[in-house]
Ligand binder design. Structure first.
Ligand code: GAL
Length: 356
C-alpha cells in the first residue's frame, strides 16, 4: 500500500503547510463524525448513514466512522470532539452546533495531528477543508421564489422573516442571500433569528408577529428551513388562516414535502445530501491517505472564515423544490418514495398533483 501511495506522490500536511495531517495510512481509516442535532431529520437519516457507507466503500470495508450527535448542545459537542481526539481518530468531520465555540476544539485536534474538515457549517479555527452547499444560493432561491409568489405588486406587501440560529454560520448566509432578493421588493414587517433553530421558538415569534402586524396583513413568510415553516404555518392556522400565504422552507423534510403537495407550504430547498455526504467521505479518506491530487480535485473552491483564509472547499449547488418538481428531485434521488409522501392524509392531494 505504502509503495503505491509513494508512487502517487504522497504529501504530508494536505491543506496547508501548518497542517499536521496524520501519516499516510492504508484502509484502516477511522473517521470521527460530529453532527449537531436530531430535530432536523437529515442528520440521522441521511448524513450519518451515507458517510458511513461511503467510508466503508472507499476503504474496502476496513474503515470505520465513529459518530456522535450533540443534540444542539455546544458544550456536549466539545466533549464529544475531545473524546474523539483521545480515541485517536484519523480525521474529523465536524458539523458545528456553534461555529465559534468549536474553534478551540479544532485547534486541539490539529495539535494532536488530526486533520479537521468542516462539514456543512463553517467551523472557526484551523480547519483543513470545508464541504457544504452554496448557502448564499439557498437564501437567494428562497427569496426569489417568495417574491415570485407574491406577484407583480409585491413591493407593497408585508412579509415576516423567520431566520435560523445565530450560532450557525449558514443561517447568516441564508439570510444575506434572501435579503439580496427581498430588499426593495417586499416590506419586511418583522424579522427574527430563531434560537437553536427550534420550531417552538419560531412559533412564539410568529405569534408575536401576527399580533403586531395583523394576521390579514401578512402576505407571505420567509422561513429559513422546513422545521420553522411548520411552526409558522401552525401559528397562522391557529390564528384562523385557512388559505395559507406563501411560506418558504429548506431541507425537503418529508412533512414539508407533504405540506407542499397539499398547498400549505409554498416551497422548500432541495439539497442533495447524498452528494454532500459522499464528497465529505471522499475528502476524509483522501486526507488521511495522503492523496493530495484527489483531495485538491474535491476542494476547488476557496472560502474564508472569520479566523482563516482561503480554505479549500467544495460548495454543492441546490434547487428550489415546489409542487412541480417533486418527482425530479426527492423521488428521483431516492430520498422518499411516492408511497411515503402520499400517505393516507395526502392521498387526495397527491392524486390531484398527478403523484402516483
Ligand atoms: C443548517 C443546515 C440545514 C439545516 C439547518 C437547521 O446549518 O445547512 O440543512 O439542517 O442547519 O438545522
Amino acid at each position: 500500500m505504502s509503495v503505491t501511495l509513494a508512487g502517487c506522490g504522497v504529501v504530508d500536511g494536505i491543506g496547508g503547510s501548518d497542517s499536521k495531517a496524520s501519516p499516510t495510512k492504508g484502509d484502516d481509516v477511522k473517521v470521527g463524525l460530529l453532527l449537531p442535532e436530531k430535530e432536523n431529520s437529515r442528520y440521522e437519516k441521511f448524513d450519518y448513514p451515507i458517510i458511513k457507507k461511503q467510508v466503508e466503500k472507499l476503504t474496502n470495508g476496513k474503515g470505520e466512522v465513529v459518530y456522535a450527535n450533540a443534540e444542539q448542545d455546544a458544550a456536549k459537542q466539545s466533549s464529544q470532539l475531545q473524546r474523539m481526539i483521545d480515541d485517536r481518530v484519523d480525521v474529523l468531520l465536524v458539523d458545528a452546533v456553534d461555529s465559534k465555540a468549536i474553534a478551540s476544539g479544532v485547534q486541539s485536534a490539529k495539535d494532536a495531528g488530526i486533520p479537521v474538515i468542516a462539514y456543512d457549517r463553517l467551523a472557526e479555527g484551523p480547519i483543513d477543508a470545508y464541504i457544504s452547499f452554496d448557502n448564499e444560493l439557498v437564501g437567494e432561491v428562497q427569496g426569489k421564489e417568495l417574491v415570485g409568489a407574491l406577484g407583480s405588486d409585491s413591493a407593497s406587501k408585508k412579509i415576516v422573516m423567520m431566520n435560523g440560529a445565530t450560532t450557525d454560520p449558514n443561517a447568516a448566509q441564508f439570510k444575506s442571500g434572501a435579503l439580496a432578493e427581498l430588499n426593495g421588493k417586499v416590506v419586511i414587517a418583522k424579522t427574527y433569528d430563531t434560537k437553536d433553530w427550534n420550531p417552538v421558538n419560531a412559533k412564539a415569534n410568529m405569534e408575536e408577529a401576527i399580533e403586531a402586524v395583523g394576521v390579514g396583513n401578512i402576505a407571505g413568510v420567509y422561513s429559513a428551513n422546513d422545521g420553522l415553516a411548520g411552526a409558522v404555518i401552525d401559528a397562522l392556522k391557529t390564528a384562523g388562516v385557512s388559505d395559507v400565504p406563501p411560506v418558504t422552507g429548506q431541507d425537503a423534510e418529508l412533512d414539508a414535502v407533504q405540506r407542499i403537495v397539499k398547498g400549505d407550504q409554498y416551497m422548500s430547498v432541495y439539497k442533495s445530501y447524498p452528494q454532500e455526504a459522499t464528497a465529505a467521505a471522499e475528502m476524509a479518506v483522501a486526507v488521511v491517505q495522503g492523496r493530495s491530487i484527489e483531495f485538491d480535485a474535491l476542494t476547488r473552491d476557496k472560502v474564508d472564515s472569520p479566523t482563516n483564509q482561503d480554505i479549500p472547499s467544495q460548495l454543492v449547488p441546490v434547487v428550489a423544490l415546489n409542487k412541480s418538481n417533486i418527482e425530479d428531485t426527492v423521488i428521483q434521488d431516492g430520498i422518499y418514495t411516492v408511497k411515503e409522501i402520499c400517505a393516507a392524509p395526502y392521498k387526495a392531494a397527491c392524486d390531484a398533483n398527478g403523484l402516483q
